[in-house]
Design a protein around this ligand. Structure first.
Ligand SMILES: *Cc1c(COP(=O)(O)O)cnc(C)c1O
Length: 397
């Protein structure tokens, strides 16, 4: 007979359903949405105690809302974090982290291959407040080492990266950051905690665009920052003062999204691997970028660090922009959109959309060529997805 240890920590799949419960007087099984801007107190003295922090509890939904808190507790449990702070978007999660932990004169080292808007946030806006960012290769640790100065406070990276699926060694990066008095922040959007838990590998913060796989059905914009209590207290302080808050309705959608996250990530990953294999054999395709392929330079590292390879891949067609656009335009049902992490497969031309604001030089260094197409593989039947791409690809041979 199997023996079970009922004192063992719950598995991630169970936490996704059971952490962050909201008990209600009415016995509702589903989590209620608290659509309220403020909360009433029993007395003036209680109001004073709540505001001073002496008594825990709700005050005002810019920074305390029960539905948002349930989402934060559930995601924190899944990331293995002491605490999570939810934000209005993924960009707000990155901004809040930077505003909470950096000051003028500090320096950031970031991988070059980050989400296009992250690049703009660092290069254009943080720079105005005296924070300098040096962009380096995600996979070449010697470039990170060389970029370190006494002012370096933060390492920022996405692994796997968007759109080329490069993979960084999280434990090695964490060690390098910590040896130099810096924190490691990992944008865990592509894998989610269902496939990769950066905090357990030494990262200080794992952050998210909840808009992507955490929602999983392309409904809401949101974000989250996860990490130690002392760091999250700073992020929470910024959120309370500046207000990039998650709405309770969105928090409720994300709570439901987390419940099926693990199953979805397995399904996205299985189909992406099959699609990558097929594309790699295709005569109209120059190169496929997906860490699940043995030909990928960090395939072995991805196997160690991730439970599967995720739902996003990209590939270069033979030719240039015209050929890439024709593959996109010849699809019948794939969604032409900049979003990813949806149950519906999405197809994107990064050079002219998500990464269109980068300079030509920055694009070239990040590998965003005109013939590159990104596919975020959804939950349709894999044969239908292949057939839809084949409509355009077959015309290129
Ligand atoms: C989409 C995305 C973001 C930004 O998130 P929003 O919710 O759109 O603000 C940040 N990082 C990555 C990797 C993303 O894909």
């Amino acid at each position: 007979m199997d023996s079970f240890d009922d004192t063992a920590p719950l598995h991630l799949e169970t936490l996704a359903l059971r952490a962050g419960q909201l008990p209600t007087d009415e016995g509702s099984h589903g989590e209620p949405i608290f659509t309220t801007s403020s909360y009433v107190f029993e007395s003036a003295a209680q109001a004073a105690a709540r505001f001073s922090g002496e008594e825990p509890g709700n005050i005002y939904s810019r920074f305390t809302n029960p539905t948002v808190r349930a989402f934060e507790q559930r995601l924190a449990a899944m990331e293995g974090a002491e605490r999570c702070v939810a934000t209005s978007s993924g960009m707000a999660a990155i901004l809040s982290t930077a505003m909470a932990l950096l000051e003028s004169g500090d320096e950031v080292i970031s991988s070059r291959s980050v989400f296009g808007t992250t690049n703009v946030l660092f290069e254009k806006y943080l720079k105005r407040f005296g924070v300098k960012t040096t962009f380096v290769s995600l996979t070449d640790i010697s470039e990170w080492q060389a970029a370190i100065t006494p002012k370096t406070k933060l390492f920022f990276m996405e692994t796997p990266s968007n759109p080329l699926c490069e993979v960084a060694n999280i434990p090695q990066m964490a060690e390098l950051a910590h040896n130099n008095g810096a924190l490691l922040v990992v944008d865990n959007c592509f894998c989610t905690p269902a496939l990769q838990r950066p905090l357990a590998m030494g990262a200080d913060i794992a952050l998210h665009s909840a808009t992507k796989f955490l929602d999983g059905q392309g409904r809401c914009i949101g974000g989250a920052v996860c990490g130690r209590n002392d760091l999250m207290e700073e992020v929470f302080g910024f959120l309370r003062s500046a207000g990039p808050t998650m709405s309770p309705f969105n928090a409720w959608v994300f709570l439901k999204g987390l419940e099926t996250l693990s199953l979805r990530m397995q399904a996205h990953s299985a189909s992406a691997l099959r699609l990558a294999d097929w594309l790699e054999q295709h005569g109209a395709v120059e190169k496929v970028f997906y860490a699940g392929l043995p030909s990928h330079p960090q395939h072995l590292l991805a196997r160690q660090q991730q439970d599967a390879f995720g739902g996003v891949l990209s590939f270069r067609v033979k030719g240039g922009r015209e050929q890439a656009w024709s593959v996109i335009d010849n699809t019948r049902f794939l969604s032409i959109t900049g979003n990813l992490g949806d149950a519906k497969t999405t197809i994107t031309h990064p050079a002219t959309t998500t990464h269109g604001r980068l300079s030509d030089e920055a694009k070239a260094r990040a590998g965003i060529t005109e013939n590159l197409i990104r596919v975020a593989v959804g939950l349709e039947h894999i044969d239908d997805i292949k057939a839809d791409l084949e409509r355009g690809l077959s015309k290129l041979i």
